[in-house]
Write a protein that binds this ligand. Structure first.
Ligand code: PAF
Length: 288
């Protein structure tokens, strides 16, 4: 496994890969890797001969009061895990390499922003208004640096995945976007880098989010309650378990707009706070 730090080194490495006619798979990450990320590498290996993983904690997707500075940087351990998982290239650029104007204008290091309207607006976009513009802009930049054939994103970030799919469609970016299933802890909590902030007792408590999503899904599948009733009861259940609800929304799985009576492909999206830690999860279902 090669570790490259600059865009120039990456491109020299990938020129050789392209000369060998190898397909390139890409997994963008912010490091602090867990089993969920490693499953993305496996998925990329199913589709591509050479797998590039980026490790870049992207400042522009964090809000002013979020955990950019405190975000765990675990580069050595990440590289060991990626090597064992069979990644081919780790691309770990500096902030200055990705955003050459960052030191002068940290709040606005790019004059160009990629914004995916409508899909970015609600759910996580409602509570983190600048987040998805930071994600789409950096992913677009990384796509231009790596120029992969396919790129893999986890379904845990359902809204992010939908936004990236729409971005490549709208901007004619010739990359296939592949979604990979959520990987869960033994108690059902979706794996996330932020689970590392939880105590053991809180990790147990966090299971209430997945259980409530499961409850909501079964209410809808069995036509026991309508969308509004499920949302209201789910919020109450979460609050009773000490999980402060950021949002709990039942949406059309394609448009991410509020689900309507005749919608069949549904996603339930939720975010809760446990202390200061914000956790997200989702569940999809088909209604007949
Ligand atoms: O999902 C993430 O870890 C990040 O949002 C991503 C896609 C690596 C962009 O910084």
């Amino acid at each position: 496994m090669k570790i490259v730090r600059t865009i120039a080194e990456l491109q020299a490495e990938l020129a050789a890969t392209r000369r060998d006619n190898k397909t390139i798979g890409f997994v963008p990450t912010m490091g602090n890797l867990h089993q969920g990320h490693l499953s993305l590498i496996d998925k990329a290996k199913e589709h591509a001969a050479c797998v590039v993983v980026s490790i870049f904690v992207n400042p522009t997707q964090f809000g002013p009061n979020e955990d950019f500075d405190a975000y765990p940087r675990t580069f050595e351990q990440d590289c060991d895990k990626l090597n064992a998982q069979g990644a081919d290239i780790v691309f770990a650029p500096t902030v200055d390499d990705v955003y050459p104007d960052y030191q002068n204008t940290p709040a606005r290091p790019n004059l160009t922003t990629v914004h995916v309207a409508e899909l970015s607006q609600d759910h996580c976009g409602g509570s983190r208004p600048t987040h998805f513009d930071g994600v789409t802009t950096v992913v677009c930049k990384l796509f231009n640096m790596v120029r992969p054939d396919i790129a893999v994103f986890g379904q845990k970030d359902f809204q992010q995945l939908a936004i990236i799919k729409r971005m490549v469609k709208d901007l004619n970016i010739p990359i296939d976007i592949v979604g990979a299933p959520i990987v869960r802890e033994p108690n059902g909590v979706a794996m996330s880098s932020r689970n590392g902030y939880l105590t053991e007792a809180e990790l147990e408590q966090a299971a209430g989010l997945q259980q409530t999503l499961q409850w909501a899904k079964s209410q809808l599948e069995n036509h026991l309650l309508n969308f509004d009733q499920v949302e209201q009861s789910a919020i109450q259940r979460l609050e009773e378990q000490g999980l402060r609800v950021d949002y709990f929304n039942i949406a059309n799985a394609e448009t991410l707009q509020v689900a309507e009576k005749n919608d069949t492909d549904i996603v339930i999206l939720a975010a809760v706070f446990l202390g200061k830690v914000r956790l997200i999860d989702n569940m999809t279902l088909s209604l007949s």
